[in-house]
Write a protein that binds this ligand. Structure first.
Ligand code: GTP
Length: 229
């Protein structure tokens, strides 16, 4: 699959400081995009790459599972109330052996989509460990959303929707079940994040704060789909 590129600290990832790390030849440096970094996290196999590809290209690659190596990224521009927000979405490797690579990117991320697989109890049980890591490495005010992916495979469900919702409530983060295969709630997850980040950036003292939970619930009601926030 064509990738927009592996992300290197010197190669202009958002927040990347070019005095850090390796120096690349001038021709190899992409322009630094004015993009908002969003990171996909979760165990290997929960569907992070598919989730990103569904959002970016509206496609789902079934069949062979090719684990991500290190970290990869794609850009997508979304419109929030007529204002363009460029998301740079980092697809991280869920495998333990790449953890030290992904840790290096946490602090630059403005939003984190944390996925588990509703057919894998272990991926759900590991969410607490992921949240501990997030609190250790990410910015204090990073936007976090919990997503129970593969909701299309209901016959193999091992994690109840209520359990996902309850864990999200415990940590005070919004929650949705999603499917990278059917596209269910994929765009909504990114739009809610983009809206939250845009509102934060433009927050005026007298204007009430944007409520991401309310936004997701309203959008779900409008589409007649399944809100669990
Ligand atoms: N049915 C179904 N299968 C999915 C869904 N999302 C991903 N898959 C499948 O799950 C497997 C793993 O998907 P990936 O997107 O590669 O998983 P990942 O989280 O990126 O894995 P790492 O790169 O190792 O971290 C693949 O075989 C996908 O086809 C989904 O929403 N529904």
């Amino acid at each position: 699959m064509g990738s927009e590129g592996l992300l290197w600290r010197w190669a202009g990832g958002p927040g990347a400081n070019q005095s850090e790390g390796l120096r690349a030849p001038r021709w190899a440096l992409p322009a630094v995009p004015p993009a908002t970094p969003v990171m996909l996290l979760g165990d290997s196999g929960v569907g992070k790459t598919c989730f990103l590809l569904q959002f970016k290209d509206g496609a789902f690659l079934s069949g062979t599972f090719i684990a991500t190596v290190g970290i990869d990224f794609r850009n997508k521009v979304v419109a929030v109330d007529g204002v363009k927000v460029k998301l740079q979405i980092w697809d991280t490797a869920g495998q333990e052996r790449f953890r030290s690579v992904t840790h290096a990117y946490y602090r630059d991320a403005q939003a984190l989509l944390l996925l588990y697989d509703i057919t894998s109890k272990m991926s759900f049980d590991n969410i607490r460990a992921w949240l501990t890591e997030i609190h250790e490495y990410a910015q204090k005010d990073v936007v976090i959303m919990l997503l129970g992916n593969k909701a299309d495979v209901s016959s193999e469900r091992m994690v109840r929707t209520e359990d996902g919702a309850s864990l999200a409530r415990e940590y005070g983060v919004p929650f949705m079940e999603t499917s990278a295969k059917t596209g269910m709630n994929v765009e909504l997850a990114f739009l809610a994040i983009a809206r939250e980040l845009k509102q934060r950036a433009m927050q005026l003292p007298d204007v009430p704060r944007f409520q991401i939970h309310d936004y997701i619930e309203a959008q779900q009601k409008r589409s007649g789909c399944c809100a669990f926030v």
